[in-house]
Design a protein around this ligand. Structure first.
Ligand code: FES
Length: 88
């Protein structure tokens, strides 16, 4: 079943491990832990996360936060650099 992240929380900085049960996507009431689990199970793009959890489907205001989680969970050690290089 593809590559799974066994312990997703291990990859997150402590600042992102807080409030796991609170809604990250308040528009659709999707708790952060649900999004983390979706990413850990292979939803590594905003589109996939959206499909699986409905996060970002409101006004899209949580998209950046979801992106951040994807960055941390999928590209350990390269997070912000890559982003910066692209937007530059
Ligand atoms: S909080 Fe997720 S779309 Fe608004």
């Amino acid at each position: 079943m593809g590559t799974k992240i066994t312990d997703p929380l291990d990859k997150l900085p402590s600042s992102l491990k807080k409030d796991l049960d609170k809604n990250l996507c308040t528009c659709n009431e999707v708790p952060k832990i649900d999004i983390i689990n979706a990413i850990a199970n292979g939803a590594i793009t905003i589109k996939e996360v959206k499909k699986q959890t409905y996060a970002t489907m409101g006004t899209g205001c949580c998209t950046q936060q979801v992106e951040k989680l994807i960055e941390y969970l999928c590209a350990p050690g390269r997070k912000e650099r890559r982003e910066r290089g692209r937007k530059g």
